[in-house]
Design a protein around this ligand. Sequence first.
Ligand code: CS2
Ligand code: MG
Length: 407
Amino acid sequence: MRIADAQVVVTSPGRNFVTLKLTTDEGVTGLGDATLNGRELAVVSYLTDHVVPLLTGLDPHRIEDTWQYLYRGAYWRRGPVTMAAIAAIAAVDVALWDIKAKAAGLPLYQLLGGASRDRLATYGHANGRDIPELLDSVRQRLDEGYPAVRVQTGIPGLKAVYGVHTTGAQGERVLHQQTRPLVEDWDTDAYLRHTPAVFEAVRAEFGAGIPLLHDAHHRLTPIQAARLGKDLEPYRPFWLEDCTPTENQEALRLVRRHTTTPLATGEVFNTVYDYQTLITEQLIDYVRSAVTHFGGVTPLRKLFDFAAQYQIKSAIHGPEDISPVGMAAAVHLGFAVHNFGIQEYSGHNALTEEVFRHAYAFTDGHLHPGEAPGIGVELDEKLAAAHPYEQTYLPVNRLLDGTVHDW
Ligand code: CS2
Ligand code: MG
């Protein structure tokens, strides 16, 4: 069997997705997600101009070798185009696993060691501009069956904050489709004062039993993160995510010294070296990388096995900007690895579900990969073509004095 064709499909069924479709000379196809939210076209170019020309004629069964060929063969790494390169390599990797599993007539998880559980526990996003709106949103997620909920709210005095949907004049949710980044505002002190009150209100309303997660989204200094972790301890969070920009891995040594609140990070990481200190010094409890942004199933499985030696668990990134192709790969991998922790799952809008028909199923707050051969996703190319790319940016965050801050 040889790779005969490679297509890069860009579609925007409500938000942009970049998908790689490989076709072998025996007609077996494979899909991979290459979506990098807000910088999609960089990956399209990396794939189209630099990777696709190398793929035709390769043996699709040589997944490890192809990964090494594309990663080491580029020479340049962990630098200016890393995330685009890694997302591109991830798409090839997942498409090759899809092909291999389809050729074997098996769902991908069977090639990864088989099922280690019957279903995957998930967490959903609850948010509100204020605490009453958040409580309603938590109730909705619990009614949908989510066993765990991430809580995010607006901050008194701030007009637009991460995780709280910006609504348009008609109250519609403003997505990221616009020609310039939305500008959000931030006041760390107000946030640090407000967040414990949010947890207190959610605990008072829903009790101590529900796992509550929170994402600080890279915004705190280490000592501020330590403060928040400590202040949330009475409410026993499931985790505090991205509490400080963890490119500075040593920062979490200080946080760890002050709080027992579990820590999660890694959605913006792209190689194991980004985690090395965090894992070997037990500075985190969950690794957050997505298949798409960590180079594919091949390297992410290795990361989970490394993390397992330190009792650190998986928590694959799963917001709506991970396409159903990336989500399918995540569910297969999460189903097979022993140190599964939890799976983030925001779901996708109806049109996206039509463009990417998938075998994985979300039932009573849990995911199952399904038994379809491969990753179990079919791309409706005609419908995809009917929704072309739309310029989009992630928001930019500024402090009240106008200084740019982490978003
Ligand atoms: C967030 C993401 O889900 C999360 O944990 O950090 O929604 C993140 O903001 C987006 O993926 C950025 O594209
Ligand atoms: Mg996050």
